[in-house]
Write a protein that binds this ligand. Structure first.
Ligand code: P1T
Length: 409
């Protein structure tokens, strides 16, 4: 008989043990060690009204179910739902609302989330107020009698600001409002919002959870059975489910989440420290730096600081262009969370959907560069940055020489 991963004491197992085993028992009929890709659209029924628990793959698929159970367990919850993308997951959560409802949103969210709220959901008479979620008073003051949901990212994309999840959960509980945390940047290895009082967690599994930049996916996790049933209804009704192969890849990725994140963080810390001391760098954003304004909060609600570092290079758009166009290892691309390092210019890439007059006061300026630090050797990544920043230094020197008045030469 094959050994079953006991569901009774599953939360007693450590994080990585659950990442490898939860929902992923060997197949009882074949012994397949690894959860198979159930590449089928439908399931044959035994007789009218009797089936083996599966009918149609939009509603249920065993590969997807394994991923959902595993992700739920990693967030310390009972229920998980996989979605076709991170934005599909966001969309399913927003399906909980009715026309006329109001949402309080942390202001520096992923540009695609802003676009979904402003350009799609506003049409259905949902209203959004954007506030600095690191300011508890701002959160409290933005709540109206119509507010049904508070939506935050922590750390935020791209400025890595934190929200005090425990305190915001307290505000929401007192007002009977749901709190949803996009935990994509931290992952459950470094932060578990449900344990801090949030009601719902969403993920873009495209990022760290799958970890290899080879799928698009999303997930929703919660611990309330009634809420889960509602979300499950919307997942099936709107139909934005991931295919079984993508679920298989996400499950494969998640097994090494802890190992990868430790490396991502080690490299990101080395890079953040290096950038902080560089003369061409105006500002560095990384929650693991003691200079981060919320370093203490980071230490109290997170078990680690993640692998994304953002910085402002001196010289604005031209200097940013020089940096992103000339790295060798850091590949110029949207997305984050994979083993290969990426570099991105939020103002013209990931956060382009946010109008300039909205994004600039937030700090998403033309000189801002976001690094998704991979797990390559840190010395190689540092050398890559050293090289491109030296190009900026040369550029600055040439500009200042060409500006010297002729009489003074
Ligand atoms: O791309 P998708 O899987 O649909 O995930 C959307 C999403 C949701 N939440 C956060 C915090 C995200 O960062 C994203 C996607 N972000 C990028 C593609 C990016 O480069 O920032």
């Amino acid at each position: 008989m094959s050994k079953q991963f006991s569901t009774q004491n599953k939360q007693d197992y450590g994080f990585t043990t659950r990442a490898i085993h939860q929902g992923q028992e060997a197949c009882p009929s074949t012994g397949s060690l690894i959860t198979p890709i159930y590449q089928t659209s439908t399931f044959v029924q035994d007789e009218l009204g009797k089936n083996k628990g599966y009918q149609y793959a939009r509603s249920h698929n065993p590969t997807r179910q394994a991923l959902e159970e595993c992700l739920a367990s990693l967030e310390g919850a009972r229920f998980g739902l996989a979605a076709a993308s991170g934005l599909a997951a966001v969309s399913i959560v927003l399906d909980l609302l009715q026309a006329g409802d109001h949402v309080v949103v942390g202001e520096d969210v992923y540009g695609g989330v802003y676009r979904l709220f402003e350009r799609v959901l506003r049409k259905f008479n949902l209203n959004f107020t954007y506030i600095d979620a690191s300011n508890l008073e701002a959160v409290e003051n933005a709540i109206t009698p119509e507010t049904k949901l508070v939506w935050i990212e922590s750390p935020t994309n791209p400025l890595l600001k934190l929200a005090d999840i425990r305190a915001i959960a307290g505000i929401c509980q007192r007002r009977r409002i749901r709190l949803c945390v996009d935990n994509t940047f931290a992952t459950p290895y470094f932060q578990r919002p449900l344990e801090l009082g949030a009601d719902i967690v969403v993920h873009s599994t495209t990022k760290y959870l799958s970890g290899h930049s080879d799928i698009i996916g999303g997930a929703i996790i919660c611990d309330d059975e009634e809420l889960f049933s509602e979300l499950k209804f919307f997942q099936n009704a709107s139909g934005a489910v991931p295919g079984p192969f993508d679920c298989f890849l996400a499950l494969r990725g998640v097994k090494t989440l802890a190992l990868r994140l430790r490396e991502h963080e080690r490299n990101a810390t080395a890079i953040a420290r290096y950038l902080e001391n560089h003369s061409q760098v105006e500002k560095v954003y990384f929650p693991g730096l003691p200079s981060h304004p919320q370093f203490d909060l980071a230490k109290s609600q997170m078990a680690g600081f993640g692998g994304v570092v953002a910085f402002v290079v001196k010289g604005g758009l031209e200097a940013a262009r020089t940096v992103v166009n000339n790295t060798s290892l850091f590949q110029l691309a949207e997305s984050l969370g994979g083993v290969k390092s990426l570099i991105c210019h939020p103002a013209t890439m990931t956060h382009a959907p946010i109008p300039k007059e909205v994004r600039e006061p937030l700090g998403i300026v033309d000189g801002l560069i976001r690094l998704s630090v991979g797990i390559e050797e840190s010395k190689d990544l540092l050398a890559d940055l050293e090289f491109v920043l030296s190009l900026c230094s040369n550029q600055t020197q040439q500009e200042s020489q060409s500006q010297v008045p002729v009489a003074a030469q």
